[in-house]
Design a protein around this ligand. Structure first.
Ligand SMILES: NC(=O)N[C@@H](O)C(=O)O
Length: 169
């Protein structure tokens, strides 16, 4: 079965079950100077080991997702660089279940604008991000350590329950 999921704007409230949003706050800056404003700390990444960074070039393709991965031991920072990207996510049901499959009924797809970022909660399912229109580049940062269920394997992808797929629009 294929589930249709609308693309939604990234807001703290909508993204809360999946992680944290990194964006300019409405509040006054905590520091400012001639020609610049600074807000800190606007978000936290909970880590115990050095962070490794990865860059992804994501190319135009059908907006269809059939599998996701997750990191049960690590939060993941993900930052849109040059163009808008779409990030599909699914809820973590049981972080201690190594046999869990992503549940398609919990999928949401968020539009992340250049300069915005997310911190994906531990255990939350995610696919690679898609470009909203033209090919895009994004960066992720994650602790460089083994995950509890070994998601550093060559193929960490887990199909949706029932072999379902997601089409987002
Ligand atoms: N988010 C993404 O594209 N990749 C990471 O989750 C990863 O572990 O490679």
């Amino acid at each position: 079965m294929q589930h249709k999921v609308p693309i939604e704007p990234l807001t703290q409230q909508a993204f809360a079950p999946y992680g944290k949003v990194v964006d300019l706050p409405e509040s006054d800056p905590s520091k400012a100077g001639d020609g610049w404003d600074c807000w800190s700390y606007i978000q936290m990444l909970d880590v115990h080991e050095p962070i490794g960074f990865g860059l992804v070039v994501t190319r135009r393709r059908e907006f269809v997702v059939s599998a996701m991965e997750r990191h049960v031991s690590r939060e993941e920072l993900l930052l849109a660089f040059d163009r808008e990207i779409i990030q599909p996510v699914a809820r973590c049901i049981d972080i201690d279940d190594p046999e869990e499959h992503p549940d398609p009924s919990t999928v949401k797809c968020f539009r992340i604008k250049p300069g915005q970022a997310i911190v994906i909660h531990r255990g939350v399912w995610h696919s690679p991000a898609y470009p909203a229109s033209d090919d895009a580049r994004y960066m992720f940062g994650i602790e460089k350590k083994k995950d509890k269920f070994g998601d550093e394997m060559i193929r960490p992808w887990v199909d949706f329950i029932g072999g379902d797929t997601i089409r987002f629009e």
